[in-house]
Design a protein around this ligand. Structure first.
Ligand code: NAD
Ligand code: MG
Length: 389
């Protein structure tokens, strides 16, 4: 029996993970869950899964949950401390890191420091402090299994191969819902248009990241740290159908890929039960029915966020953390209809231009930059959203 903690259990990855747990109760048990403020969903999960501990980042929400769960055995914690305690539960074997954004850094790192194996969906902490997280994992003998579909594909395509033989990692990108629009059309994109992802059903933030291609920028940085492969060996190809989840090219030019219909339960299950595969009851890939798979080079002009990802990695230090924080602020401003779609890349670029990077020697370096960049990006967003006089 594997005892599981899910950080971000009420989200898209969190609920997919619980779906797997509910179907394989002889294999998995949910012992700890965390959420931000969704009391309804977490209450439902407490009643269904009876975890030992849950935590809500929002203290007022935790109070409401306590009132509703009176008489139940689950301990309800709150705030950053509550998240940290849940992430480091003594009985936990594996922590699913599925909070969205930089908010996941502290609890995920705490899990690693406590010696917990981690299944990582929450890519932003890897972007903010990848070197640090990997050093900590090595020190504690902890493995970090990728959940992100591309990184799971890379991981699966590397099994049984020597790292020295890798020539290139090729990340696939769907291109998102706006891939076919001109720059002029991108200027006027609505929130609804940007949220209509063609292949995946995900949380709002990552869906907007997919539309800007910042998701791929973040994933390049994630791949760099997950697999210890330099950026010069990481490429991106747009593959509209999201059937090939990523590829690895070896020295002899042999290319190994992982394929499947787009469903996050496949990479989640692989990370949860590595190296054994779980018999998931999902539709099979039928290539003849799909017929055609298409590929394009990414367009850095219409989608500059991918370039920003490579730039941040090349500059190094705290620059990726600054980029990530600026992106979080800009995406929220776009969702709040305060800036236009092109304003997202613009806000990130201006924040990065103003950032003076230092080494990420401690988690505080990353958190300090995160706070600085959020404030800076907030100013930029305000200047972009100010009505013209
Ligand atoms: P989501 O918005 O659906 O869920 C986010 C979860 O995090 C929720 O449980 C929410 O309560 C919690 N949360 C949000 N803000 C928080 C805060 N400040 N403090 C504590 N908890 C907080 O997001 P998602 O789509 O499930 O994505 C989660 C992570 O996984 C992201 O980093 C995303 O990039 C990554 N990811 C998601 C998918 C996907 O299919 N959804 C695929 C690959 C990677
Ligand atoms: Mg992905």
């Amino acid at each position: 029996m594997k005892r599981i903690v899910i950080l971000g259990s009420t989200g898209s990855i969190g609920t997919n993970t619980l779906d797997i747990i509910s179907k394989f109760t002889e294999k998995f048990q949910a012992v700890g869950l965390t959420a931000n403020g969704n009391v309804d969903k977490l209450e439902e999960q407490v009643r269904t899964f009876s975890p030992a501990v849950v935590a809500m980042a929002d203290r007022a929400a935790a109070e409401r949950l306590r009132a509703r769960c009176k008489g139940l055995k689950t301990t309800i914690l709150s705030g950053t401390d509550g998240l940290r305690q849940t992430a480091t539960l003594a009985e936990a074997d594996l922590v699913i890191s599925a909070i969205v954004g930089g908010a996941g850094l502290v609890p995920t790192l705490a899990a690693i420091t406590a010696g917990k194996f981690v299944a990582l969906a929450n890519k932003e902490p890897m972007v903010m402090a990848g070197r640090l997280m990997q050093e900590e994992a090595r020190k504690r003998g902890v493995r970090i299994f990728p959940v992100d579909s591309e990184h799971s594909a890379l991981f699966q395509s590397m099994e049984g191969h020597r790292v020295e033989d890798i020539r290139r990692l090729i990340l696939t990108a769907s291109g998102g819902p706006l891939w076919n629009l001109t720059k002029e059309q991108l200027r006027d994109v609505t929130v609804e248009q940007a949220l209509k992802h063609p292949n995946w059903k995900m949380g709002d933030k990552i869906t907007i990241d997919s539309a800007t291609l910042m998701n791929k920028g973040l994933e390049v940085v994630e791949a760099r740290w997950l697999f210890d492969i330099p950026a010069s060996k990481i490429e991106v190809v747009v593959h509209r159908e999201s059937i090939i989840h990523s590829l690895v090219e070896y020295a002899d030019r042999s290319v190994i890929a992982q394929l499947g219909l787009p469903d996050m339960r496949t990479p989640i299950a692989y990370a949860m039960n590595y190296p054994e595969r779980i018999p998931l009851d999902l539709p099979s890939l039928n290539l003849a029915q799909i017929g055609t798979l298409t590929f394009f080079n990414p367009d850095h002009d219409r989608f500059p966020c991918l370039t920003l990802g490579y730039d941040a990695l090349r500059i190094g230090g705290t620059m990726p953390a600054a980029m990530n924080a600026a992106n979080e602020v800009a995406v929220q401003a776009f969702l709040d209809r305060r800036i236009g779609f092109l304003g997202i890349a613009e806000s990130i670029r201006r924040t990065m231009d103003a950032h003076k990077p230092v080494e990420v020697s401690t988690v505080e370096d990353a958190l300090h930059t995160d706070a600085w960049a959020r404030a800076k990006a907030g100013d930029v967003v305000n200047s972009l959203s100010a009505p013209a006089r």
